[in-house]
Design a binder for this molecule. Sequence first.
Ligand SMILES: [Zn+2]
Length: 440
Amino acid sequence: MPYKAGERLPAERASRLGHLDVLKSGLVKTYRESFEDASPTTISFACSWEQSPTMGVPLPLVFGIDGSLQIIESETPPYSAHAFVKTALLRIDQYALASIDKDSPHPLALRDILADSALYHATVFPLRHVVRQGMSLYDAVRQRIFDSVVEDSSSPLHREVMETLKWIAYEKWDGKQKQLPLFECPHCEKTIATLPYDAEEGNCPGCKGKLFLTDMLGFHQEMAPDSAPETVATAYMSIHETLLLFTGVRYFWERKKEVLSNCLFVKDGPLSIRAQYSKLVNPIRRFLAFSRHQGYPVHLIGQEKTGAFADHLQLIGNNAPLQSLFIPGNQYIKEQIQHRPNRGAPYGKDTNYGAKVFVRISHYHQMVLNVPTGEYVENPTLSNLIGAERILATLPTVLSSRFEGALLPIELAHSVASLSTYPSAQILKIFAEAKGQKNE
Ligand SMILES: [Zn+2]
């Protein structure tokens, strides 16, 4: 179907012949006579926009988290495929923010910020037609995911991300030695697998097969013995972004809790973890509720730039008052955004650790944010959102002028995490093909 004209680009041209055939059809003709597109102003939404609070103090330390992923396939038989994943965590303080020209940031100023305060993780794992001596691809990917979370000993992240996974999985913040929930064993496929408290590796209590803590997340549940789908790489990237984010949180929690509550963590994408990987969601919610209760609220947002919520904001945002926000509840999300009946489990109950918030700041800046509430809330209000006042006070200081609704911490983290710029896709390809020939 040809694209219609947008605000910036002309319409795509369709072939004249195809055009005639379709218009001749009687069904198409009667359809065109009886239906027309609803204009945005004729769609009514019961949005309850409210004034953004104005009393908060901006947060002095801001972190951006982003990731990127590239699948590289060799062009010659056996057409092996590898997934390259990169994630990055970047720190910027208000001093650095103030020194950046937000309309046209100086490349050298940006380079200095990135060089001094960025941490990144890069890894690669096989997806298909790659063999490793004595190991199925299924086991090779499991081993590779475990090794990647442990990280190479030359990296500043060595063991840090693994410590964070253990911190979340065993809920180590409150000193109660919590057991892992039972998970599906990658060998006997029974949901009896577990590990002793604080362990990273062990054996299945039933079949005695080797277990990694990373198996708890369930990557193997979407893999075949000799291949892994690309969704495994997407899930790995998303999990690693989350672990990197919480590595920052854990660092301050264990050392300087008062600094933690002066940080804003800004993640690209929603605060959610899908399907079997969502085992981390409840522990994360419990930590965020616990830290708030202890008087050390964690300020954390995810920004959704694409998808149903971002599309919906395009419909409702322009009619919203400036400096206002709207927190949709369960019924509104299901009926107005997902266009489905309000039945079944409440929206996001198993997978999300942040509530959706539409925010309109100015004529140029409106965005979809996710803000945690701690324990799940079906119809959240402003007072449920952790640290909302300070988060909303910080947003104007981190807006980018280069794109509508863009946040500088995400833009900068993206420039570190972007695989298309560093290293180049061509280099990755040469690397993947060399590995393929050697039968890694
Ligand atoms: Zn087993």
